[in-house]
Ligand binder design. Sequence first.
Ligand code: BES
Ligand code: MN
Ligand code: MN
Length: 464
Amino acid sequence: MDDVLAALDEHSDLDDLIAWCRIPSVSSDPSRATDVVHSAEHLASELRRHAPHRVEIWPTGGHPAVFAEWKGPVGSPTLLIYGHHDVQPEHPVAEWISPPFEPTVRNGRLYARGAVDDKGQVHLHVRAIAAFVRSRGSLPLHVKLLVEGEEEVGSKHLTELLASKQSELQADLVCVSDTSMFGPGVPSICVGLRGVFYAELHVEGPSTDLHSGSFGGALANPAHALAQMIASLHDDEGHVLVPGFYDDVRAPTPKEREEIAALPFNEAAWLRSTGASSAFGEVGYSTLERLWTRPTLDVCGLYGGHMGAGAKTILPSRVSAKISGRLVADQDPTVILRRLRAHLLAVAPAGVRTRVVDLHGGKPYLAPTGHPAYEAAKRALSKAFGAPAVFVREGASIPFVRTIADALGKPCLLLGFGQPDSNAHAPNEWLDVDSYHRGAKAAALFYNEVACQAAAIFQHAFER
Ligand code: BES
Ligand code: MN
Ligand code: MN
């Protein structure tokens, strides 16, 4: 593999990533829809430089995805690599040291919206592919690349897309780079992702805002009703009180708890990085267990009534909350939302109308770590980083992972190269340039390992 690794050392390709990060492909903002298209086209034209068998832009009911394919030797396994080219909104812009869409390198970090989530991590695979093409003229296995444009808004059209492109997406293994390393220099394989659901709760009282002097005290106040409903969601020990919420939760095994406890987690540094005054969560679990193995329910936003400057004496007509939760195996977002809706309607006080609107959801994922690809990934990562790879989990969600793993009946390897404090979704998002280079080498080494382990990988599929 020295030839391929040397090709990676010769071409840093960082300028290509920088050009891509200039495009504000914010999927949640309708006024940026053309930028998301532009981002897809930009990636597609870059891929065309690396001798692919084919490159296509796949339209969806929303934002487009990019698909590309490289052929390997006849009989070699097929690896499907997934990532996303859409990004989160950049607000609040004033908090960025350099502008979010003017990528800037400072102290070995590339600062830009999308630098780590996920353009930089997609790009390191593009580099690994390009390095094989440059040094050998071809890849050691079949590679397919799917880069979607709606991950940050819940991958709304993904199920449809997967159904219509079933044969194009057939693979023996899936690889996603969209997660974090446990810490600097610690190569990490993520073996668990939480699922997610997202809903809006609307509470309506009088048909318009009313004078609180003329009407206050004689009508139910929707803001009070909303507060009561939200207060009914948790007890004082951080447990969720929605009936049935924990029914399908698979408890971590004693061995899993031991493995999590053995990781060198610096709780004090973690707390400092948040700026919060103390940790809080479900009684009976450590911070990492709370983040990786327990489901949650969070109010993400509250709005309604008088939100402007100064005082305004009103009884608000309507108020709302954005409520989301993180789910663990084997919880199902549809079932959880149904239980949450039933609970909210049951506790809603008289005198208001309550509506719960479903925004999106995704299932949790637990990796089949007995599959030979996990040992292959460990070898590749350890070699690239010069340190042993660890298994971690992630509290966040990537809806595609469980969807594709179920559809193909194949494992999805989460080889993440972000840093835990990389400010994904926040101001000053950054990518560690060294991890980007090592990540590209790890990806190349991983493709090679998978090609060499083809027999074991086919055999495993056959035995299951
Ligand atoms: N790449 C993230 C998931 C992630 C975040 C991994 C932090 C590791 C550390 C992904 O793009 C993401 O933000 N997912 C969303 C999914 C949601 C919009 C359905 C999430 O977790 O909120
Ligand atoms: Mn991401
Ligand atoms: Mn994200």
